[in-house]
Design a protein around this ligand. Structure first.
Ligand SMILES: [Zn+2]
Ligand SMILES: [Zn+2]
Length: 126
């Protein structure tokens, strides 16, 4: 059971929060504190209208530097489909965004369908 700080922001333990990304349809955890103990993002402390700085860049699968050419979700999902099975929910991708005042601006280098769009952060799925 996820503990929520607001409808859109989850408490992921000490110094960690997470928002639900509507582009990836998954959570993006961020280390926001405590100050001076490895905080990777600045956070305005408002779980209803969160702002994180700098931008959030998530790479997965073959988009991770050093993982190019290795076996990735693309291969796994292709194998599953060839065997007549359901592909995994996971895909290789890039998600690059700015979260400001509870809205998420996706930059054009995202590999998902919301690239270039700005939308409200969605409520955490139940
Ligand atoms: Zn995302
Ligand atoms: Zn891949």
């Amino acid at each position: 059971m996820t503990r929520l700080l607001s409808p859109i922001l989850a408490d992921y333990g000490p110094g960690m929060v997470a928002f639900w990304c509507p582009g990836c349809d998954s959570s993006h955890p961020l280390r926001v504190g405590p100050e001076g103990h490895g905080a990777a993002w600045g956070y305005n402390g408002d779980p209803v209208r969160p702002t994180f700085t700098p931008s959030v860049l998530i790479r997965s699968g073959h988009h991770v530097p050093g993982e190019e050419g290795k076996r990735c979700w693309c291969d796994y999902n292709r194998d599953q489909v060839e065997r007549g099975k359901e592909p995994a929910h996971f895909t290789c991708g890039i998600c690059h965004s700015f979260v400001t005042d509870g809205r998420i601006q996706f930059l054009s280098d995202c590999t998902h369908s919301l690239a270039g769009q700005t939308v409200d952060l969605p409520e955490w799925p139940r």
